[in-house]
Design a protein around this ligand. Structure first.
Ligand code: ATP
Length: 273
């Protein structure tokens, strides 16, 4: 068996890259008020990767994610889906936002079931099995009948992740999902998400401001320049999985964070103190 690669950052294209799940070429987005959120954004999301979009506030990270989610349309450039070119069907994409946005009148199981209802597959034993498997996956066994008001902030976010996973989407889009949580909860959810990614083999695009979170979770980090947003650094994070507390407190992690922080400072035209 080949030895596991040591931690490190590499730049540029990796050899034998798997096919792109979606490619953005020359994408721009200018809003009606004249704000140019994105200009000349080139980005290929590779199947199976955990890709983080990292950049200063307002650089267009959420705008890029919303374009991939189909919630907005580019003003310039094109998005191309996979080899077939067909856009994803409902259920092929899971989206998680900073707010868990749960239905307060529905139980955890009812909330997790929602995407199945929207895609017409909410009934029968298969749907029940999917809902309970998604709840188990995020560590909420025993809470299927609980209501959102009975849950902590971290548990609500776990429900939002279970809801995004219940249709077994190929691509999971996450927009600063843990930014509003306290640090201990955030670390726990980062650990759970990393384990889920390693287990399920999904493609994840994750928006964050946090260098530490991006390094901990990602196989690749794309650093975006301030408005109008575009890619200014593309860094492969070669540390092996699973990445637990040992990785988070390692010298290798610290070195990776420094490299990524430097790329972010360069993008913002600042000196790293
Ligand atoms: N619907 C809109 N109309 C006008 N301007 C908008 C709209 N949506 C976003 N913007 C602006 O576009 C720019 C990019 O916004 P976006 O939310 O994508 O940035 P971001 O990098 O995700 O920021 P943050 O990290 O603070 O969430 C910002 O200046 C924002 O104010």
């Amino acid at each position: 068996m080949a030895p596991a690669p040591g931690p490190g950052v590499t730049t540029g294209t990796m050899p034998a890259t798997p096919p792109a799940i979606v490619t953005l070429a020359g994408v721009g987005r200018t809003f009606a008020n004249g704000t140019r959120a994105l200009a000349g954004l080139d980005l290929a999301v590779t199947r199976g990767e955990f890709l983080s979009l990292l950049g200063p506030s307002g650089c267009g990270k959420s705008t890029a994610l919303r374009l991939i989610a189909g919630l907005d349309r580019p003003s310039a450039g094109v998005l191309t889906w996979g080899e077939s070119g067909a856009p994803p069907r409902p259920g092929d994409l899971g989206v998680v936002f900073q707010e868990p946005t749960l239905m307060p009148w529905a139980t955890v199981a009812g909330n997790v079931r929602l995407p199945l209802r929207l895609t017409g597959g909410a009934h029968g034993g298969d749907a029940d099995a999917r809902v309970s498997a998604a709840i188990t996956r995020v560590g909420l066994d025993g809470f299927a009948g609980a209501y959102p008001r009975e849950l902590s902030g971290g548990m609500k976010m776990r429900v939002a992740i279970a809801r995004a996973l219940v249709t077994d989407p190929a691509l999971l889009l996450m927009d600063e999902p843990f930014a509003a949580l306290d640090e201990i909860t955030r670390f726990r959810l980062d650990n759970a998400l990393s384990a889920l990614w390693a287990e399920l083999g999904k493609t994840v695009v994750f928006v964050t401001h946090s260098v530490f979170e991006a390094v901990y979770l990602s196989t690749r980090i794309v650093v975006m320049a301030p408005r109008p947003g575009r890619v200014v650094a593309d860094l492969a994070i070669d540390a092996p999985f699973p990445r637990g507390e040992r990785f988070r407190t390692s010298a290798a992690f610290a070195a990776l964070c420094r490299t990524v922080a430097q790329a972010l400072a360069d993008a913002m035209g600042e000196e790293l103190a």
